[in-house]
Design a protein around this ligand. Sequence first.
Ligand SMILES: Cc1ncc(COP(=O)(O)O)c(C=O)c1O
Length: 371
Amino acid sequence: MQGHQVFHAPHRLLMGPGPSDAAPSVLKAMSMPLLGHLDPAFIQMMEEIKEMLRAVFRTRNPMTFPVSGTGSAGMEFCMVNLVEPGDEVVICINGVFGMRMAEVAERCGARVIKVEAPWGEIIPAEKVALALKDTKPKLVGLVHAETSTGALTPVEEISRLAHEAGALMLLDTVTSLAGCEVSLDNWKIDAVYSGTQKCLSCPPGLAPVSLSQRALEAAQSRKQKVQSWYLDVNLLNGYWGSERVYHHTAPISMNYALHEALRLVLEEGLEARWRRHQANHQRLVDGLKDLGLSIASQAGHQLWQLNAVSVPDGVEEATVRQTLLNEYDIEVGAGLGPLKGKIWRVGLMGESSRPEYVDKLLLALKNILGR
Ligand SMILES: Cc1ncc(COP(=O)(O)O)c(C=O)c1O
């Protein structure tokens, strides 16, 4: 076999559904020398990661740390620890990630009651209330920011209803965290997961999670062992808690990256960061309007960090996307499921949420659509 050339990644503007661009200092952090995963310096850094994650999630939950794996590992972590075979759960579905949540719950042996809304719309709290009339589920699961459709579902009322029914409230914040408000303690969220590659602007590879005391008690008082050894919170706590015993070898460089990414988020300030995401979303919406384009998701509930742009009649969605990549080095995402061919998904997440990125995309779209 012939020798291979060194791989050089082309430079793209990452304006799709994730990953977003990472800050240079985050990439630099990944090139630091490795430490052992029980080295005192690494353990000190882990403590700081937990502390910063609590600040970003706006929680005091001691059980807050990054699971080794992507956002889906965070989803599985919550489900495998909280759901036992035969448990009833209510899962809200208005896009791909609600569907995935239902699928993971089913694989844990749950009886899943689905509360569905059309793709692009939010989950109305009244629909959740209706579902909770006839059942006392263990858990209610909701995707805060549906990356597949660009809709942001308000959480507080649904969380209130879940608690009233005696259920735990599970929230997916993969796309929302650090791009718009996420307030775990105020919203009384029991279990949450996120991902590093969206508004935290870190490479994909870790899933920040947090469990409330109630959720932790549910995981600790199970009738059966957690089916997944790797994701069992009772074992992971041995490593991320005070004992510091080996469980698995933590991805050292990813944790360096997350530490730096969280530091940058807090240096900017959470509210300032949300405002930046809002302002760049508005800049995009205004520019799209000038081009005769609009956002497809429900008015009043459109995500700032993920914009579902309607493809105009007579325009080939994939051709425009490929031209953006090949001629302008701009990545945007395609629509999924019922939205395939109907929308482009434009991410303005974290480091990629910049006015100059918006302007470059608008100019490129103007040129391509004008042809
Ligand atoms: C809302 C949401 N949940 C879960 C996931 C799954 O995360 P990952 O692809 O990192 O496993 C994603 C990924 O895009 C997402 O957007």
